[in-house]
Design a protein around this ligand. Structure first.
Ligand code: NAD
Length: 303
């Protein structure tokens, strides 16, 4: 039987959830819900499903839902879906606050529901290919710079962009955080627009994470240094370069995994988790850990 899915929030990202679900095998896109009725009916028409202006009327018809509304609404929407007994994919960050995240994770666990969080970069073919090569990172440096889009104004850049790399760094370093420091500033919005965070782990690994929504060009890179190799990932090209020392020489290779749409991989994985009751690769707990770090960095910047 097809898994019946509904998408809540069909703005910039939610419309891609609707597009992908409508094309997945063994998935029925039941409907899309948005408080913006024009947006909901436009997307519903394109993907041949029902439009709802109130998600409460849609969730009863679904087995699972995707929550792609602004971050500050995730908690309320997720709690309603959990109360209705629905499996859920929540876009990153899981919620705006840590207590809210804890409540969502605990409620989903109590209801034995699948809870996956949309940390998309985990599904980037470049990251997947690099993961097997990254064995003992000593230093990690990431840059995520975006032109100002006027979106995600409800959260700081730490929750909007930096959290992607916080999650990737936490997934690569097998050790606990021992120290953090950060600098950043609000420049054109009332919230922090540009930030750098320095993380130190108990095993000695260190990471420098940069995020900005004030850059003229879009940059998304991750560089990992370990004793035997330097691995550089370009998230946008889905490509990596590996430099290795052989005696006195440094060799380099470019590795280009097969191009895939990370969001499609992520949504397909979610459907697999729903169907086979598998634990998601990015569970609520992992998303909560990334949020916890992002919020501590935000607090340091605001102090
Ligand atoms: P957006 O503002 O473009 O779209 C949000 C939509 O939700 C709007 O159409 C709005 O009308 C609707 N909405 C708001 N409240 C609602 C409610 N109570 N019920 C139903 N609909 C409601 O925002 P966006 O850029 O698409 O971001 C949405 C979420 O996706 C955010 O949490 C953001 O962090 C996340 N996001 C993740 C990535 C990623 O790379 N994984 C990229 C972009 C956005």
């Amino acid at each position: 039987m097809a898994v019946r899915v509904g998408v809540i929030g069909v703005g910039y990202l939610g419309k891609h959830h609707a597009r992908i679900f409508s094309g997945l095998e063994d998935v029925e896109l039941v409907g899309v819900a948005d408080i913006n009725e024009t947006a909901a009916s436009g997307i519903a028409q394109t993907y041949n499903c029902r439009a709802f202006s109130d998600y409460a009327e849609m969730i009863g018809l679904c087995d699972a839902v995707s929550i792609v509304t602004p971050t500050t609404t995730h908690h309320a929407v997720a709690m309603d879906c959990i109360s209705a007994g629905k499996d859920l994919l929540i876009e990153k960050p899981i919620t705006a606050g840590i207590d809210e995240a804890r409540e969502v994770v605990a409620a989903a666990e109590r209801g034995k529901l699948i809870l996956q969080v949309g940390h998309l970069e985990r599904y980037n073919p470049g990251v997947i290919a690099a993961a097997g090569m990254i064995t003992a990172p000593r230093f990690i440096e990431s840059e995520r710079l975006s032109p100002f889009m006027g979106r995600a104004g409800d959260v700081d850049v730490t929750l909007d962009l930096m959290i992607h790399d916080i999650d990737i760094v936490l997934s690569l370093v097998d050790s606990r955080l021992s120290r953090m420091s950060a600098i950043g500033e609000s420049v054109i919005t009332e919230r922090i627009d540009v930030a750098k965070a320095w993380l130190e782990f108990e095993n000695g690994c260190k990471a420098l994470i940069t995020a900005s929504r004030l850059s003229p060009e879009k940059v998304r890179t991750l560089r990992v240094f370990q004793r035997d190799a330097y691995i550089s990932i370009d998230y946008q090209k889905q490509e990596l370069r590996r430099f290795r020392r052989k005696g006195t020489e440094i060799t380099s290779e470019v590795i280009q995994p097969e191009n895939r749409e990370p969001l499609k991989e992520e949504l397909q994985d979610f459907i697999g988790c729903v169907r086979y009751r598998r634990k998601p690769a990015v569970s609520g707990t992992e998303a909560m850990n990334a949020l916890d770090v992002a919020l501590k960095i935000t607090d340091m910047l605001k102090d």
